[in-house]
Ligand binder design. Sequence first.
Ligand code: 13P
Ligand code: SF4
Length: 339
Amino acid sequence: MNLPMAGDAPAAAPLTLASIPQLQEEVRALAAERDAVILAHNYQLPEIQQVADYVGDSLGLSQRAAQTDRSTIVFCGVHFMAETASILCPDRTVLIPDLDAGCSLADSITAEQLRAWQADHPGALTVMYVNTSAEVKALTDYCCTSANAVAVVEHIRAQHGADQEILFGPDMFLGAFVERRTGRKMQVWMGECHVHAGIRPSDIEQMRDAHPGADFLIHPECGCSTGAMEYVAAGDISSEGVQMLSTGGMLDYASQARPGDTAIVATETGMLYGLREQAPDVDFIAANEAAVCKYMKMITLPKLRDCLRAGGGSLYEVRVPAEIAALARLPIERMVSIS
Ligand code: 13P
Ligand code: SF4
């Protein structure tokens, strides 16, 4: 196999609608040559989702990465996701089409900050959302995703007793959601995802007035999630119509929805593509059209093609130092095993 290195790749031409099918064909051919599996998050651009071997939420993607028999994993998502795959699969080459695809939530806690927080709470167990750096995971007892955060906290309480102190971070809205679901307080870090925090209770109010009878699918990272739970508690929105779901849970909802249903979707707007593909006769409406993650959208077809051409050892490879990976593996493996 004689593939050009990243430095030799021609500068990516602007993507046009007409160039998409040819680029997708090229990507599929390169993935076969490289023995690569392409994993894509639910917020990725439609043309990326179409060429992926698997599209899913953070938990499903980690599980797929852990199970793959391919020698290369190409992660179409953000950096912490590719790091997680690399930690789980140290003998595989892990590539990301843009190393700068970060995450504002992962940036909201550093390893130094976590160390200081733990020093203030000796004896506490630390649960960190998967949206964190490898260094933070290395200091963590259990990782979780939005799909299994409640199950992880319940598991800890079953193993260590109901009074076990828990440090939960970095997302404060997810933390509030878990406290409400489990009925017990935790120490919660005050971090947030700028995209989800921007979906406000007023968005839900407006949508409730404009679409009476619609279902609400709300990602627990959203700034409106606490407010929505309060509306349910007050009887303003029927509890059957409001579901707090991971992005994978939203797709499960779509697979069971009836034609003619309307659902307001409170999460990153990339989610709408997969939902509409899954249930074309359901009206999915964004709770807030401005909820776009610029990091997720940094992954484009030309960059995916270039990254596959360049392969391992290039500027697209994600590597986690062995000593950090060794410590971060256990909390991630615990997360992957609790669904
Ligand atoms: P999930 O896909 O796990 O629900 O997470 C959403 C998210 O914001 C990932 O960055
Ligand atoms: Fe991070 Fe928010 Fe983007 Fe998800 S949507 S990758 S949490 S910045």
